[in-house]
Design a protein around this ligand. Structure first.
Ligand SMILES: [Zn+2]
Length: 395
């Protein structure tokens, strides 16, 4: 049975907004989009017609960076002066929860994520939430199995062991490096060879920058405290982005997460290598590490998407709130641009644009409807990002 949804507006994202929009769906797939005037006469007689009224239809949100398995740590870690102190606290706290508690919190949060209109998430796991979880079929996870290891001599074994585990538990999962201060160059290169897509925390804190520049700052003592030997390690003497580039692991299959500590030269490298960036602005604000240069990224033509990061560093994982934060705190970005970052750009970054990210014939009919108390006459994108809607419904 076909269903024809009608609303004041339809935002395909991949093309111009449609006033009095219509969306034709069958078996969870979009058959056609158009205006009411075009589609209603063709399909009204043999489709169920759902008039949504004063509302805007838009593609489901894509959250490109999250750690569902840290959900149990919500509201428990304050901001520290130095970023490594935050990680230390995270590791301590995490060890106080049982695997079962962490898993349960992750599943619960996945459901909340789906309820807030997110249909696809790039989810980092350190191995606990590796399975292809179908508990909540409303959300699709691109699972990144995050690996750490600062000793290059162990890199080969780490990859071998992780690959075997992925093969056994979830072959679709992607082994991925954590960050340059926790993952050896060798391990990053091996993972890059193995992968069609990988995510890496990069250029997040000033401490990461000083560690890579000349080995100074609190990261060295952080590693020492974990019995990780750094005496034989030489600082690359480069920015985080330039360091990745020098290793040959910065390219179109690289999703850089955070990208706060970047300069003009870094922007050029990211652009030339066609890497993409997942910004997590509310997490950055919580950690007090600065904010990503969103305007400069977009000016350069770099593909930016939006992540929430985990509940350990964010109030919630609601993409509506994440976008609203960007709308209120980053000037000069058009609402339509913000919606594209949170939908199509995210789907492309996670290599899932065949199914998600825009409302087009052939893609999955996963969309959000934002309702209004009165007709939405103009600026449907601003209506969404400013949260002027009364309520939303997810399809
Ligand atoms: Zn993260």
């Amino acid at each position: 049975m076909k269903t024809l949804y009608l609303a004041d507006w339809l935002l395909p994202v991949s093309s111009e907004p449609l006033r009095d929009g219509a969306l034709l769906v069958e078996n969870g797939t979009i058959l056609a989009i158009g205006s009411r005037a075009e589609l209603f006469p063709l399909y009204a007689s043999h489709a169920e017609v759902v008039s949504l009224g004063a509302a805007v239809m838009a593609p489901g949100w894509v959250n490109t960076h999250c750690h569902l398995e840290l959900s149990a740590l919500h509201n428990q870690i304050p901001c520290f002066d130095h970023f490594p102190d935050w990680i230390t606290r995270l590791i301590e706290l995490r060890s106080q929860f049982s695997d079962n508690e962490l898993r349960q919190a992750a599943r619960q949060t996945a459901k909340e994520l789906a309820r807030s209109g997110c249909v696809l998430v790039g989810d980092i796991t350190n191995g606990l939430f590796l399975e292809d979880d179908k508990t909540d079929s409303l959300i699709e996870r691109v699972v990144f199995y995050e690996l750490l290891g600062f000793n290059p001599a162990l890199a080969q074994d780490i990859v071998k062991e992780a690959s075997a585990r992925v093969e056994a538990e979830n072959p679709a999962a992607l082994c991925t490096p954590h960050a340059p201060y926790s993952t050896s160059a060798r391990l990053m290169q091996l993972l890059h060879e193995h992968n069609r897509l990988q995510s890496v925390h990069l250029a997040e804190s000033p401490e990461e920058v000083s560690f890579l520049r000349d080995g100074s700052g609190p990261f060295r003592s952080f590693l020492k405290a974990r019995n990780i030997e750094t005496d034989a390690w030489n600082a690359p003497g480069a920015s985080p982005v330039a360091y990745l580039d020098s290793l040959g692991v910065l390219d179109a299959k690289t999703l850089l997460v955070h990208g706060v500590q970047v300069e003009e030269d870094d922007l050029s490298r990211i652009h030339v290598r066609q890497a993409s960036v997942s910004i997590c602005a509310r997490s950055n604000a919580h950690m007090n590490v600065g904010q990503p240069p969103l305007k400069e990224y977009l000016k350069k033509g770099i593909r930016v998407s939006i992540g929430t990061d985990s509940l350990a560093s964010n109030d919630d994982l609601d993409m509506n709130n994440e976008i609203n934060y960007l709308f209120n705190n980053f000037s000069g970005i058009l609402p339509a641009e913000l919606i594209k970052l949170a939908t199509l750009n995210g789907a492309v970054a996670l290599q899932k644009e065949e199914d998600y990210g825009s409302l087009e014939a052939g893609k999955r009919a996963r969309f959000n409807v934002f309702f209004s108390d009165k007709p939405v006459v103009r600026n449907p994108e601003a209506f969404i990002v400013s949260k002027s809607w009364s309520h939303m419904k997810c399809f």
